[in-house]
Design a protein around this ligand. Structure first.
Ligand code: OOB
Length: 548
C-alpha cells in the first residue's frame, strides 16, 4: 500500500471481501469487464465529443502507455486539474491501471493551493487544460515546475511547448486492465473539505471506491439506460463516484460532462441530452427553481435529482416537488472521507424533504456523541462519528492529525452536528469544524486566516460564515488592524489574488474591529462573530432601500 496510509484492519478487510462488498479488481479492470456489455454505447460526452465505451477503454490504454513512457510508475502522484471533459475519464482510468495516484484538484485552485498540493504530495506531474475561463493554467504550471523540485511533467489536453499532450501517443499500447495492481491499494487522493486546519488528502482504495460507486448507483437507480449530468467539478467525490462518473461507467449509463452551472444552460443540456439523473448542490436547485415557468418542460426527462454537499432547505425541496411532480428528489449527505447518507427514492415525502437520509451501506456504523464521546440520547444533537467499508481510517501522511480526526477504534470524526429521527434518518443541524460551506465548496477558515495574517495591516483575523439565501454561507473576515493602517474588501481581495488563493475562498465582506472576542483560554469566539454578522445582515436587509 502507498506509504503514509492507515490500512483497514485485516479482519474487516477479510469480511468485506467475503461478504462481497469489496472485490478483487482495480478500477480499470472493473471498467474493462463492465464495458464489454455495451461497447458501442456512449460512455462519456462533453460539448466537443462523445466517447463510446470501447473508445474510452482504448483511449485510457493509450493514456496509460503515455504515462509509462514518460516514466511515471506505480505510487507516483499526478495532480489532475481538468475542467469537466471526456479526457478526465480516460486519464483517471489510465492512472488506475498504471497505479499512478491522481490528486483531485479543482479547476478553481490557483498557485497557493497547487503549490501546497504538489509539495505536500511530491507530485511528479500535473494534468491540465492550457487555457480555461480566461485563466492561463499552463503558465501557472510552468512556474510551479520551476519552483517545485518534484514536478517534472506537465500533461495537457492540447499541444503546448515543453508539455506532453495526453492524446498523442504512438507506439505500443498494452490493453487496459492488463497491468495488474492491488485492489486494496490507493487509487486516488481526494481533498478533504471536511476538517479543521490545512486541507488534507484522502486516500481511497480501488476496492472501497468501487463499492462506494456501485452502492451509490443502486440507491439512485442509475442503470444502463440512464444519463447523468455532471456539472459540478468532477474532481469532487460527489460527481466522481456518488454515483457520478464512476457509477455511470460501471453500469453502462452515459456521463454527460458540462462546465456551466447556469440554470438556463443546465435546462438546455438536460433537454438536449435527455438527462435522467442530476447530482447538484442546493444553490443549483435554487437556480433551477428560478427558471421562468415556460422552461419547466425542459426538465421532462429528469427522473432523479440528488442534492447534497450542503444542507438542502425544506422549502427548496418542497418547491422542487411542486414544480416538477414527476421528479424524485434525493438528498445526499456525504463526505470525501467516505460515509454517504441518502434518502431513498421510495421514502415518504417528509423524509425526502426534511432529512439528509441514512447510511448507504448495511456495514456503515455511526454514532452521535457529546463532547466527551458519550452517545447522546435518541433524537439529541451530537457529533457524527462513522466507520465502514468505504470510510478511510486515516488521512494520508498525517499521523499527527489523524489522532484527532479519528477515534482510537477507527471512527472518523465528521465534525458535523446531527440528530437522528426515529427511523434512522440523519438531520444535519450544524458543525463543530471550522469551515465555511459556500454553496457546497468548503473554505477552510484556518487556511485563509493564515493568509490574512500575512497582510501588513492585519494584526488578528477570523474567518466566519455569514448567511446567504442562495449559497447558504459566504465568508466574512473579521480583522483587527495596526493603529495607522487601513484596509478594505477590495484591497484584501487583491492581496489574496496576488498570493494565488482560489477566488471562491476570498472573503466577501470585511469587518474591521478594535478587538476580537476571546474565550477565557484565549481562543477567538467565532460563534459570537457569526451571530454578530448574521444580525447585522438581517438589519441591513430589513432596512428600506434608500432613495437618495
Ligand atoms: C461532500 O463532500 P465534502 O468532502 O466536500 O464535504 C463534506 C462535508 C460534510 O462533512 C458536511 O459538513 C457537508 O460537507 N455536507 C452536508 C451535506 N452534504 C455534505 N451538510 C449538510 N447537508 C448535506 N446534505 O460534500 C459530498 C460528498 C459526497 C456526496 C455528497 C456530498
Amino acid at each position: 500500500m502507498l506509504d503514509g496510509c492507515t490500512p483497514y484492519p485485516q479482519e474487516l478487510a477479510v469480511r468485506y471481501m467475503r461478504e462481497g462488498y469489496w472485490r478483487r479488481e482495480t478500477i480499470a479492470e472493473a471498467l474493462v469487464v463492465a464495458s464489454g456489455g455495451f461497447a458501442d454505447a456512449i460512455a462519456v460526452s462533453d460539448s466537443r465529443r462523445s466517447v463510446a465505451f470501447q473508445e474510452l477503454v482504448a483511449e485510457a490504454a493509450r493514456f496509460a502507455a503515455l504515462l509509462e513512457r514518460h516514466g511515471l510508475r506505480r505510487g507516483d502522484r499526478i495532480v489532475i486539474q481538468l475542467p469537466n471533459c471526456a479526457e478526465f475519464a480516460s486519464l483517471f482510468l489510465a492512472c488506475a491501471d498504471v497505479g499512478v495516484v491522481p490528486i483531485m484538484a479543482l479547476p478553481a485552485f490557483r498557485r497557493a493551493e497547487l503549490e501546497y498540493l504538489v509539495t505536500f504530495a511530491d507530485a511528479r506531474a500535473i494534468a491540465l487544460t492550457p487555457q480555461y475561463r480566461g485563466f492561463d493554467y499552463l503558465d501557472l504550471a510552468r512556474s510551479l515546475k520551476r519552483d517545485c523540485d518534484s514536478l517534472e511533467l506537465i500533461f495537457t489536453t492540447e499541444a503546448a511547448k515543453d508539455c506532453v499532450t495526453i492524446n498523442e501517443h504512438n507506439g505500443d499500447v498494452a490493453p487496459l486492465g492488463t497491468r495488474g495492481g492491488d485492489p486494496f491499494d490507493v487509487a486516488l487522493l481526494l481533498l478533504s473539505g471536511g476538517t479543521t486546519g490545512m486541507p488534507k488528502l484522502i486516500p481511497r482504495t480501488h476496492a472501497d471506491y468501487l463499492y462506494n460507486a456501485r452502492a451509490a448507483t443502486a440507491v439512485s437507480d442509475l442503470d444502463t439506460g440512464s444519463r447523468i449530468l455532471l456539472a459540478l467539478p468532477v474532481e469532487h467525490n460527489f460527481p466522481l463516484a456518488c454515483p457520478g462518473l464512476l457509477g455511470a461507467i460501471l453500469t453502462g449509463a452515459r456521463a454527460v460532462m458540462t462546465q456551466s452551472t447556469r440554470p438556463e444552460d443546465l435546462a438546455a443540456t438536460i433537454e438536449a441530452e435527455r438527462i435522467t439523473h442530476f447530482p447538484c448542490v442546493p444553490a443549483i436547485a435554487i437556480g433551477l427553481l428560478g427558471l421562468p415557468e415556460q422552461q419547466s418542460p425542459k426538465l421532462r426527462s429528469l427522473r432523479v435529482i440528488t442534492v447534497g454537499g450542503q444542507r438542502l432547505q425544506e422549502p427548496t425541496a418542497r418547491g422542487l416537488r411542486r414544480r416538477w411532480p414527476h421528479l424524485k428528489i434525493q438528498q445526499v449527505f456525504g463526505m470525501a472521507e467516505g460515509l454517504l447518507c441518502y434518502t431513498r427514492l421510495d421514502d415518504p415525502e417528509n423524509v425526502v424533504c426534511a432529512t439528509q437520509g441514512r447510511p448507504l451501506s448495511p456495514l456503515d456504523e455511526t454514532k452521535i456523541v457529546d463532547p466527551f464521546d458519550a452517545d447522546v440520547s435518541q433524537g439529541e444533537v451530537g457529533e457524527l462519528l462513522c466507520r465502514g467499508p468505504y470510510t478511510i481510517r486515516g488521512y494520508w501522511n498525517a499521523s499527527d492529525r489523524n489522532s484527532g480526526a479519528f477515534t482510537a477504534d477507527g471512527f472518523y470524526r465528521t465534525g458535523d452536528l446531527v440528530r437522528m429521527d426515529p427511523w434512522g434518518n440523519l438531520i444535519v443541524e450544524g458543525r463543530a469544524k471550522d469551515l465555511i460551506n459556500r454553496g457546497g465548496e468548503k473554505i477552510n477558515a484556518e487556511e485563509i486566516e493564515a493568509h490574512l495574517l500575512e497582510h501588513p495591516a492585519v494584526t488578528a483575523a477570523a474567518l466566519v460564515a455569514m448567511p446567504d439565501a442562495i449559497l447558504g454561507e459566504r465568508a466574512c473576515a473579521f480583522v483587527t488592524l495596526r493603529s495607522t493602517a487601513r484596509l478594505d474588501l477590495d484591497l484584501l481581495r487583491e492581496f489574496l489574488s496576488a498570493r494565488g488563493v482560489a477566488r471562491f475562498k476570498w472573503p466577501e465582506r470585511i469587518e474591521i474591529v478594535a478587538e476580537l472576542p476571546l474565550t477565557n483560554v484565549g481562543k477567538i469566539r467565532k460563534e459570537e462573530l457569526r451571530r454578530r454578522i448574521a444580525e447585522r445582515i438581517a438589519i441591513e436587509e430589513a432596512r428600506p432601500v434608500s432613495t437618495a
